[in-house]
Design a protein around this ligand. Structure first.
Ligand SMILES: *[C@@H]1O[C@H](CO)[C@@H](O)[C@H](O)[C@H]1NC(C)=O
Ligand SMILES: *[C@@H]1O[C@H](CO)[C@@H](O)[C@H](O)[C@H]1NC(C)=O
Ligand SMILES: *[C@@H]1O[C@H](CO)[C@@H](O)[C@H](O)[C@H]1NC(C)=O
Ligand SMILES: *[C@@H]1O[C@H](CO)[C@@H](O)[C@H](O)[C@H]1NC(C)=O
Ligand SMILES: *[C@@H]1O[C@H](CO)[C@@H](O)[C@H](O)[C@H]1NC(C)=O
Ligand SMILES: *[C@@H]1O[C@H](CO)[C@@H](O)[C@H](O)[C@H]1NC(C)=O
Length: 387
């Protein structure tokens, strides 16, 4: 009930905020004639999204993972131990500056270490070409992982991402960026620099709760219409990290079990061999402050062996620091906008007002029913006492 109540207040607040226009805080000043930039992304099996980026002069091109869940941009050094090819040859770049700062990164799936350098990094055939710090990896220990590099886009304020460098170097109107991740064959896009006021007026913003990760407070976990919010026992389970670098959803065990045992597994031969479509698969609806993310079976069922699919769920826990992680299946359900300067996260044309309104009406009706029941009970009790 507490969650219901909080949710009610929050949705109302969110609606109010929408009306009162979050951009009036004058930090986002935009030119109406901003040039329009969209960088196409490559999509591997709807679970990894890559962008072509070139490094150095003359340019050396890499297909690197777009990751809102980590901060450091890196590619492989020429003599890197364990890295795949292509690798960057620093001796061939005339604009490279060695920063000589050692650095290592730990991901859920392994780690890598190397050194920072400064050089030109460019996207979309040089349309954006910024001088920035990135890491050259010298040791790569992520078994089975074949990444040429990674574009770090988390909210961590101690290091800057490509769009912040671009903004500082006056190549961009804003350091904001957005992700429109889709399922094949629909094109996926990284958006930057081309946010018109019109566009921004349709974004619902939410505050970022942890400064090192894009992280949202979750007010409701619903399987179809069933409220499982109270079942979440993970300590940080009602904080969700928005992570394009995670292929799956990392959820509280209770939620996964509920979905698997009530709806999904009965259709499957094994947990890896499920039909890709079934009318019995539920939607997972996640309510953030003012936005509902509706994750459908098309988002979370991913190809497995043969003609089969499997649900792309992992148990959140120690490896995720007990956070819920909303990876690609959730990202595909929204167009997400990242405003690091103001530490806020937005959803473009969020599944918001009308849907939330229905949701609120349901909640209100439930509250009314409970109230009426209570009245009836009290009345009966009163009658009983009088006898
Ligand atoms: C960016 O530009 C493209 C094409 O020029 C346009 O179709 C798209 O709507 C623009 N996106 C935004 C966020 O304004
Ligand atoms: C990236 O570059 C490769 C190799 O040139 C090309 O095949 C691919 O289509 C490019 N991807 C995008 C999204 O432009
Ligand atoms: C670059 O040149 C230096 C000095 O000539 C050499 O020690 C180093 O191994 C070269 N690096 C690569 C990656 O070839
Ligand atoms: C890249 O590799 C070369 C050759 O091993 C090495 O000399 C250089 O220091 C490395 N660069 C960085 C930034 O680690
Ligand atoms: C980026 O700018 C630098 C400096 O002007 C230049 O040397 C480099 O070739 C440019 N890179 C691309 C891909 O345009
Ligand atoms: C939960 O979040 C806090 C704050 O970010 C973090 O320090 C902690 O490691 C996380 N995990 C647990 C189990 O508390």
């Amino acid at each position: 009930m507490i969650t219901t109540f909080v949710l009610l207040i929050l949705t109302i607040q969110a609606k109010h905020k929408l009306k009162s226009h979050p951009f009036s805080n004058n930090q986002i000043k935009l030119n109406r004639h901003t040039t329009i930039e969209q960088a196409p992304l490559d999509n591997y099996a709807n679970i990894i999204y890559y962008i072509n980026a070139s490094f150095g002069t003359p340019e050396q091109v890499f297909s690197i993972v777009v990751d809102t869940g980590s901060v450091t941009t890196w590619i492989s050094n020429q003599t890197c131990e364990g890295c795949i090819f292509p690798r960057f040859d620093p001796n061939k770049s005339t604009t490279l500056q060695q920063a000589d700062e050692d650095h290592s990164i730990n991901y859920n799936i392994g780690s890598l270490s190397g050194k920072f350098v400064q050089d030109y990094v460019s996207l979309t055939n040089g349309n954006l070409n910024v001088s920035m710090k990135f890491m050259l990896a010298n040791v790569f220990t992520m078994p089975g992982i074949k990444f040429q590099g990674l574009l770090g886009l988390s909210s961590y304020n101690d290091r800057q991402n490509i769009f912040e460098y671009g903004y500082q170097q006056k190549l961009l109107e804003t350091s904001m960026f957005g992700l429109n991740l889709n399922r094949n064959p629909q094109q996926s896009i990284l958006l930057y620099n081309n946010f018109s006021q019109d566009y921004l007026d349709q974004v619902v913003w939410m505050p970022n709760v942890l400064n090192h990760q894009w992280s949202m407070k979750v007010y409701g976990f619903f399987i179809n219409e069933i409220d499982l919010t109270d079942k979440v026992t993970l300590k940080n389970g009602t904080i969700a990290l928005m992570d394009s670098g995670s292929s799956c959803l990392w959820l509280d065990e209770e939620i996964i079990n509920y979905m698997l045992h009530r709806y999904i597994l009965a259709n499957c031969i094994s947990s890896y061999s499920c039909p890709c479509n079934s009318p019995f698969y539920p939607n997972l609806n996640i309510y953030l402050a003012g936005v509902k993310i509706e994750i459908t079976p098309e988002h979370y069922m991913i190809p497995s062996v043969g003609q089969y699919c499997k649900p792309c769920f992992s148990k959140a826990g120690q490896t995720t620091h007990d956070y819920t992680i909303l990876g690609d299946p959730a990202m595909q359900a929204i167009i997400s906008i990242y405003d690091k300067e103001n530490q806020q996260f937005g959803v473009y044309q969020g599944n918001k007002l009308h849907k939330l309104l229905t949701f609120q009406i349901i909640q209100i009706s439930m509250a009314i029913i409970q109230f009426v029941a209570l009245c009836l009970f009290s009345y009966k009790f009163y009658l009983y006492k009088r006898i």
